[in-house]
Design a protein around this ligand. Structure first.
Ligand code: PEP
Length: 248
């Protein structure tokens, strides 16, 4: 039985005050939540969020990392730095990183590798563009993205990876994949993992992301191969985020 995981992606939204209010708001509502809950906050607020959540049910994650261990990479943040802040999770390969910052499958795979080598748990994002879905290429694209990481780190590494299927056309658009569309692609992702190791495929969490909200969360998370959600917009309000957490 896979546990339900609900992760919030705050993206580039935070202040010290907002971090305090949002983290405390989520913490105050977690007593009746069974899911594992993660908040992925911007780098400058990681320490603050970690300090607020020590020994709590709310886990903290980062949103990106560099492919190198250390060195002359001005403005970048390493896996070791994230780990040093007592942060366990890191989003890798989000579609905004792929489309706005040129992250290829190769770069994403390198990031997954360095995250794992440093004891971090990657939230590994995959997903197709609207044009790719319309051309019937969803499985080709998502399969390529997943296989690029398997080829680099091996299937065993998926014991420590959380996959997030995020159709790009559903991210931040208010358009959600139907439960049938999402379930179909989640089952496909699991089959790609199963081609390499069926036990690992059955135990790997695969989250859905893309305009998940308190109204659609229960039906999506109720699907056989959907193990929770990666939440953007709705994670910025404690109430809506907690409602999604309770749907799991
Ligand atoms: C995301 O950015 O990962 C995401 C799913 O965003 P939203 O929930 O706003 O679509």
């Amino acid at each position: 039985m896979r546990e339900v995981i609900v992760a919030g992606n705050w993206k580039m939204n935070a202040t010290k005050e907002m971090t305090n209010t949002l983290v405390m708001g989520v913490l105050n509502g977690l007593s009746d939540v069974n899911a594992k809950v993660i908040a992925c906050v911007p780098f400058p607020y990681l320490s603050q969020a970690v300090a607020l959540t020590t020994h709590s049910q709310l886990n903290i994650g980062a949103q990106n990392l560099n492919t190198n261990e250390s060195g002359a990479f001005t403005g970048e943040v390493s896996a070791e730095m994230i780990k040093d802040l007592d942060v366990q999770y890191v989003i890798v390969g989000h579609s905004e990183r792929r489309s706005l910052y040129g992250e290829t499958d190769k770069i994403v795979a390198e990031k997954i590798e360095i995250a794992i080598n440093n004891g971090l748990t990657p939230l590994f994002c995959v997903g197709e563009l609207l044009s790719e879905r319309e051309e019937g290429n969803t499985e080709a694209v998502v399969g390529r993205q997943v296989r690029a990481v398997i080829d680099r780190v091996g299937i065993e590494a998926f014991r420590d990876i959380i996959v997030a299927y995020e159709p790009v056309w559903a991210i931040g658009t208010g358009v959600t994949a139907t439960p049938e569309q999402a379930q179909e692609t989640h089952a496909f992702i699991r089959s790609v993992l199963a081609d390499n190791d069926n036990d690992i495929a059955q135990s790997t969490p695969i989250l859905y992301g893309g305009s998940m909200n308190p109204i659609n969360a229960e039906e999506l998370i109720g699907c056989k191969d959907i193990d929770g959600g990666l939440i953007g917009g709705a994670s910025l309000k404690a109430d809506s985020f907690l409602q999604i957490c309770r749907a799991g």
